[in-house]
Design a protein around this ligand. Structure first.
Ligand code: ATP
Ligand code: ATP
Length: 149
């Protein structure tokens, strides 16, 4: 029965979009690039438990980079580096997808193995402006496949 559920889940993701299963923007843990990496902020980051953290410049709609928690391993908290300094050093690639992308298409993309997290955008009335609406990882798609009944 478990196998059947997984098979059904795998079929059902074809009807779903990224927007259906993403983590919504207000629940995304992000940091301003100006954040100073001192013992207090490093502890806070570790306490959140996420491996990858979107980094914004100015306002939360303007994500410019990703911070990986493992990037903090070699940081001396007494150096008071900013998040921006660490991000400029590692330059992890930021991937963006549209909320109406099919889950199956993103799963195929994730399966190539280059990345497993993307920020999600949506078109607005203004054709020049994309709104940041969430974050999606491979885990979100796998969960969707395993949970379907
Ligand atoms: P990993 O499992 O590789 O250590 P993780 O636990 O940080 O990474 P995932 O397992 O990929 O993250 O995802 C788990 C859930 O957390 C997913 O629902 C994903 O959307 C969400 N998530 C991942 N990163 C963040 C973040 N920075 N803020 C909020 N939610 C996040
Ligand atoms: P400007 O045109 O004001 O000089 P810009 O071309 O860098 O700035 P914005 O106009 O600030 O970009 O943003 C346009 C849209 O593109 C925003 O809604 C934002 O969501 C999106 N965007 C731009 N860069 C990123 C990024 N690195 N990550 C996520 N979204 C981004």
């Amino acid at each position: 029965a478990e196998e059947l559920k997984i098979a059904v889940g795998a079929m059902e993701i074809s009807d779903k979009t990224v927007g259906d299963v993403m983590t919504k923007i207000n629940d995304v843990f992000m940091l301003n690039e100006t954040t100073v990496l001192n013992p207090k902020t490093i502890n806070e980051i570790l306490r959140m438990g996420y491996t990858r953290i979107p980094i914004y410049s100015g306002d939360r709609n303007n994500v410019v980079s990703l911070l990986f928690v493992k990037d903090l391993a070699l940081i001396d908290p007494d150096d008071n580096f900013t998040v921006k300094t660490v991000c400029d050093f590692h330059k992890h690639k930021l991937r963006l997808v549209m909320a109406d992308m099919s889950l199956r298409a993103l799963l195929e993309e994730f399966k190539k193995g280059e990345y497993h997290l993307a920020l999600v955008q949506r078109r607005t009335k203004d054709p020049d402006y994309l709104e940041l609406v969430g974050l999606i990882t491979l885990e979100d798609i796998v969960e969707e496949i395993l949970q379907a009944e």
